[in-house]
Design a protein around this ligand. Structure first.
Ligand SMILES: Nc1ncnc2c1ncn2[C@@H]1O[C@H](COP(=O)(O)OP(=O)(O)OP(=O)(O)O)[C@@H](O)[C@H]1O
Ligand SMILES: [Mg+2]
Length: 251
């Protein structure tokens, strides 16, 4: 589905990613961990086509298409979706207004008010999201945790194929984290999709059981393992010396 090859990226003349490689196949869950400032969010921004991030070399293909030739809108149309580490507030635009236009564009047909309300009610029940979110402004005046849930609602409505979750667990209380993890698990089971989960914690990974856990260091993946690697990192930190796993052994 997604193939990132020898990708190098700079922002403001600073090289962040250097020969970064990652392949995500259909129906796989990958987790990406690493110290603060190593470039995890940068990967998400580059995948979505953020123009602040300059790709200096390498390639990204998604479903055999050259992603680097497409703008953000067309990447989203292919089914790539990001829940930002800090979801932005879009003042004056309601979730319902944005989602109705987006769904109509995806389905290629007009939805009347009744059909759209039915869809939104179904989504909120499925994703365990309070229905009051439907008519609120996009992340407007929402707490950090509420924003994550609001973006989760977008995910369930838009039904993307590649889901990028940039610290969806940060700033979320334990009860809501369990709700969010269960909703994501349900989404994964019911859709033909893949996940890239960026996290600093094991809680969400224990629920979603990633196929691969990668560690990002010095601009590329320095180590790959299964979800037990995340436990090891949480217990011992990134500077542990007992480094038994091989680089990129998932390939
Ligand atoms: N738009 C930007 N302008 C300047 N520097 C940037 C920009 N975006 C990212 N950086 C720098 O690039 C580096 C990587 O940032 P990034 O946000 O990808 O880190 P991260 O791995 O997601 O960290 P964290 O775990 O704290 O979220 C950091 O040093 C950051 O300051
Ligand atoms: Mg980040």
């Amino acid at each position: 589905m997604l193939e990132i090859k020898n990708l190098s990226v700079k922002v403001n003349d600073k090289i962040i990613l250097n020969n970064f490689n990652l392949t995500i196949k259909d129906r796989e869950i990958h987790a990406l961990m690493g110290l603060n400032g190593t470039g995890k969010s940068t990967i998400c921004k580059v995948l979505m086509g953020d123009l602040d991030y300059e790709v200096t070399s390498g390639s990204i293909t998604f479903d055999n298409q050259d992603l680097l030739k497409l703008d953000t809108t067309n990447r989203a149309r292919l089914g790539i979706f990001l829940i930002n580490q800090n979801p932005p507030e879009i003042e004056g635009v309601k979730n319902s207004e944005m989602l109705k236009i987006a769904v109509e564009s995806i389905k290629g047909k007009h939805l009347n008010a009744f059909e759209f309300a039915n869809l939104m009610n179904k989504v909120c029940e499925e994703a365990c999201i309070d229905k009051s979110f439907i008519h609120r402004g996009i992340n407007e005046n929402m707490s950090g945790g509420e924003r994550k849930k609001n973006e989760l609602m977008h995910l369930f409505v838009l039904e993307p194929k590649l889901v990028l979750l940039d610290e969806i667990d940060s700033g979320v209380d334990i009860d809501n984290l369990n709700v969010i993890s269960n909703s994501l698990k349900k989404y994964f089971e019911n859709h033909d999709c893949s996940f890239l989960i960026i996290t600093h914690h094991t809680n969400i990974l224990n629920k979603l059981k990633p196929d691969y856990v990668h560690i990002l260091k010095d601009g590329s993946i320095c180590e790959t393992g299964d979800y037990l690697l995340a436990d090891e990192i949480e217990n011992k930190g990134y500077n542990r010396t007992n480094n038994v796993r091989k680089k990129n052994n998932y390939e």
